[in-house]
Design a protein around this ligand. Sequence first.
Ligand SMILES: [Zn+2]
Length: 239
Amino acid sequence: MTHPEMNELYELYVLGALEPELASEIDSHLAEGCEYCVERLREATLAAAAMSGMSEQLEPPKYLRDRVLASVRPRKQSSQWLYAVAGLAAACVLLFAYSLWSMNTAQSLRDRISVLTQERDQLRSAVEVLSRPDTRMVQFGNNNAPRGRVFLSPDGGVVFAGSQLPQIASDKTFQLWLIPAVGPPESAGTFRANAAGEFVNVFPGPVNLTGINAVAVSVEPRQGSSAPTTTPILVVSIG
Ligand SMILES: [Zn+2]
């Protein structure tokens, strides 16, 4: 493997998600003490650790815990807000990791990495939205229903994340809507939940939140709809 090739792989390496053959090739290269790669490894580890957020509420996958978190001490979050951000960041990692394993194995490694890189960038931008000073958070749900948090930032966009969404047919998708006091709902992206019902939908900004009273989720055909075609299964007031 060349350095540019390895560069693409370090994120997966620290997530413990790399094919064993490739991982051991990197293992032995690192064992030679290449300074460049040790630095790249450090960066990738920090990125993964930052995304995992050290949440106590959501447990990272075992391989993530073993390979990444072992080297980093959990930090107590004094602020409720930071705690929420950490929790969501951890949820992002869970979903990211889930998507690693649910990915079609027939895809080439290069295709998979490109998809994963896209997804990782999306999750990173989610974490960025969450840490903006103008971001507002609304919590919703309870133990027996979909629950989670909506993060809204005019510049950063909307991040909608949580758990306990119902399973839907594979030709359907969830779609998030911004519901204004006057006028039709506006789409804020389509998303799916994992097998455990966990979900993260990132709708990048800028977004006009003036007059938006609620967000809603409906079940739509896979490609999404220009207006809701079914009764929302979830409405969260943000007014
Ligand atoms: Zn190297």
